[in-house]
Design a protein around this ligand. Sequence first.
Ligand code: 5AD
Ligand code: SF4
Length: 465
Amino acid sequence: MDRAAQIVSEEEMARQREYIAEIRDLPQKPRTFYVVTYGCQMNAHDSEKLTGMLTEMGIEPAEERDQADFVIFNTCCVRENAERKALGNVTWLKEIRKRNPSLIIAVCGCMIQEPGMAEKILQQYKFINLAFGTSNLHRFPELMYRTLNTDQNTVVVEDRDLIPEGLPIVRARREAAYLTIMYGCNNYCSYCIVPYVRGRERSRSPEHILHEAEGLLKSGVKEIMLLGQNVNSYGLDLEHPFSFASLLKQLDAMGIPRIRFMTSHPKDLSDELTETMAACRHVLPQFHLPVQSGSDRILALMNRRYSRAQYLDRVRKLREAVPGIGLSTDIIVGFPGETEEDFQDSMSLVNEVRYDSAFTFIYSPRVGTRAAAMENQIRPQVATERIQRLIALQEGLQQETLKRFVGMEEEVLIEGLSRRSSEEISGKGLHGVSITMQGKREEIGRIIRCRVTGVKNNTLTGVRE
Ligand code: 5AD
Ligand code: SF4
């Protein structure tokens, strides 16, 4: 078992609050800021923390990136194209600085935490004023203060797996909130860089989580999304171990209208959790369960530690416990050594499970991971052709799978206007599928009951009850 993770000390957090107060009075502080976010929900939530700290510094959000005096890129490195995009945009901003010489450019997040990246930034990206890794997020006020008081660039990357508590947060949405329950990952799937850049698995205490949830409930939040790289192993590292299922039960009893969570590792999906899903009124009937591959041989090479049969068994149990549950997944194609036969195993698994949605990725080698050093890397043309076949299969199946909702009543938490028309609103139903219906901007943030009328472009349409 892992050592219990350490919480950043109260003194340290107080020190950071002092820096925030100092910055507020600095004449040279930027007037406006803009946060650019790449990657997953974790990163989106970290950006809400950055926004919280910047707001407390007395800096205003800018409408457009080009107009801000301080731009911070919160990066992702899970696949190469995420990284390329971030670096491309940072470089482009260098041009903007010609118009606004006082522009400050900062880069943070997973990419900075990659081995060798700090040196690369110091040598090749000298125009970046400030760079820090995910483990230094809570020290942002201090680093910002340093940046504002020097001409040199500040690059700080540490390898310490701490838990920061009490950071200010400005949430992007009022009605739906992210709540981190754990940081890091211990799984070392052979393709994945996350354990290297986000550190060891460490769970927040149930007290801290419940306290945050209570605050959210009081503020009128309608939905909480619990976040962790592998929420199923939540609490195992705590001094007094506490299971994810127990945490769900306590949150459910608080009366938060809608509770969702991601991500789950199939190997840690316990029967207790499956039963808890069925028993909890407010835990939504949806499950994101990444399979990654349908081939036992590839699953073993990926170090996923479950077989195709075990995965299918977990799906079966979930469906028995929660009939009609919404299921989604992640699948990688073109993992080193993947043969046409292995790929066909992924195709047949998708055919068998019938997901409501699937995120499909072409394998991207990440330096330092085991898979990057494997032989038989797959040619890009082969991987591209495979992913196209997989997407076509999933889209065809999804069109059919989603028909099971037609005629059913749903409750939709409205997220925004639909992309197609300003007279339509859309949001997620209880099963995690997007539903579009007639409505107005004022209804954003409300929960609206509707009857599902059809399937359109792989999402649902509805009319209000
Ligand atoms: N290449 C392609 N996809 C990856 N993922 C993680 N690492 C890689 C990689 N190196 C995918 C997995 C994971 C999702 C968040 O990203 O499918 O579940
Ligand atoms: Fe990466 Fe695997 Fe951890 Fe998910 S469980 S973050 S894929 S190492």
